[in-house]
Design a protein around this ligand. Sequence first.
Ligand code: ATP
Length: 267
Amino acid sequence: MDSMTLNKPAQAAVAQTVKMSARDVKVFYGAKRALHGVNVDLYQNEVLAMIGPSGCGKSTFLRTLNRMNDTIDICRVEGKILLDGEDIYDPKLDVVQLRARVGMVFQKPNPFPKSIYENVIYGPKLHGLATRKDEFDAIVETSLKRAGLWNEVKDRLHEPGTGLSGGQQQRLCIARAVAVSPEVILMDEPCSALDPIATAHIEELIDELRESFTIAIVTHNMQQAARVSQRTAFFHLGDLVEVGDTEEIFTNPRDERTQGYITGRYG
Ligand SMILES: Nc1ncnc2c1ncn2[C@@H]1O[C@H](COP(=O)(O)OP(=O)(O)OP(=O)(O)O)[C@@H](O)[C@H]1O
């Protein structure tokens, strides 16, 4: 069912409200084609995991979803990416606004060299979401709470974000992403630079964030994909080979390439 009803509760993943759609998405770096025509929907209040061997195009695809590929000169995107049914590659579309609606968390925690407080209010300031100090204070508190970081930093909000541990920095980056109230959050291997405890913390957080956002996560870690996602997409050599319920993909994949990857035969 592709109803466009918004503000559904977490179990909406079952009802499958489509938030974003990729239609025959091809990506080229110069003459080289990195994606061969990807079709997939992202459902509201769902975590979609993207897995596959190195170089298969997972990150390239993730970056098409908020036009991060625009920053790469030789990169060209064909096909359609729809957000709430609207083409995000429409030339009239404001890319800064798009990235507020579709936020991103990167592999390496990358807080700005500013205070924890300034990191969180950076986006809201840029987008004019608040003007008064009490409004910014409220955004900082809510965002840090959502990112599971408030209790650890509430007494040192004006200390540098770069002084936090790696796991805390990544949660600060998540707080920075949620501070602008995005609808979709893209995560590109958000735990690969973190230890197992910090990783477990982020995974729990992803599950909580799903109640409010649509999440797409690229991961090399198949256990992580199995733990955090409701659906998984398997990419191979620029093709989206199959996408389905995570449990199904990991226990009963349809394609032998998926089977080969999840059983460790390659990748
Ligand atoms: N900026 C770029 N310029 C040229 N080619 C690129 C660029 N970024 C990616 N590619 C190529 O596109 C293909 C897909 O790369 P991509 O990084 O999307 O794969 P991936 O599945 O995310 O890999 P990994 O798991 O190693 O991060 C690869 O062949 C890669 O070399």
